[in-house]
Design a protein around this ligand. Structure first.
Ligand SMILES: [Zn+2]
Length: 254
């Protein structure tokens, strides 16, 4: 199991990698987003050098608001074109997993119609990504439409895409994150770890919200030994360092 931390996209990405490296994480989750980490703002060689300075691995992560499920064909095609730039960037950085988020259109369109739109985008993107050796991983978001049935359907329709389990998102709207992990364990490729109250996507350190952590970590350990990002949005990063200590302890002892 490897523990990572995200680069905050409103800071310089190299400064963020240095912080992650100096604090002893195993990898950086590179958040490619406005306003300081869009594709045209990043020099891949500098990012690779900064990662190498600390022996860090990396995974890539694109903005949650790219409309891959838009009912407007030009909008979703543009989203795919933007995402392709990150595929190329990832291959240049030598980072071989890239997160893309679910996107749900407004209420005029049924879940199955939007699953169709998302699938069209994911097919086109993953076909492109294959040539660059980059795996597209699908992160369900915080909406009620990111339910088990819809996630399952997306994964069935997109066998070339792996699952990114965001534990906080999987704790919303009555879902049980441990059950979700077991449901999708065959396709599980990356994890975001954070806590909440079951209603709002708060990105708290583990143990601060209502997730049953011991149960969750036991479940995760039973089927997964890959990358885990502490996606904690507390401005004081000591909380993230404490969360890492607690995760390591629990991972060893449970
Ligand atoms: Zn996440």
């Amino acid at each position: 199991m490897k523990i990572g931390f995200p680069t905050y996209p409103r800071n310089n990405i190299l400064d963020e990698i240095h912080w992650i490296g100096k604090n002893g994480f195993d990898f950086a989750d590179l958040f490619f987003e406005a306003d300081k980490a869009e594709s045209h703002q990043i020099d891949p060689a500098s990012v690779r050098n900064a990662l190498d300075e600390y022996g860090l691995d990396a995974v890539g992560h694109t903005a949650w608001y790219l409309p891959i499920g838009s009912p407007s064909k030009p909008l979703r095609e543009n989203a795919v074109e933007i995402l392709k730039r990150y595929v190329v960037l990832c291959s240049q950085i030598r980072c071989y997993k890239l997160t893309v988020h679910a996107h749900w259109a407004f209420g005029l369109f049924t879940d199955d119609e939007v699953i169709g739109y998302q699938t069209e985008s994911l097919h086109s993107l993953s076909e492109f990504a294959k040539d660059f050796g980059v795996k597209i991983i699908y992160e369900s978001t915080d909406s009620p439409r990111d339910n088990i049935r819809n996630i399952r359907k997306i994964l069935e329709l997109n066998p070339e895409v792996d699952f990114h389990a965001d534990i906080g998102h999987l704790n919303l709207h009555g879902k049980d994150p441990s059950a979700c992990i077991l449901e999708f364990k065959e396709r599980l490729s990356h994890v975001h770890l954070h806590d909440n109250n079951g209603h709002t996507d708060l990105h708290l350190p583990m143990g601060v919200g209502m997730i049953r952590w011991e149960h969750l970590i036991k479940t995760l350990k039973s089927c997964y030994d890959g990358t885990i990002t502490l996606e904690i949005f507390a401005p004081d990063r000591d909380y993230a360092l404490l969360a890492r200590k607690k995760l390591l302890e629990k991972w060893k002892t449970l």
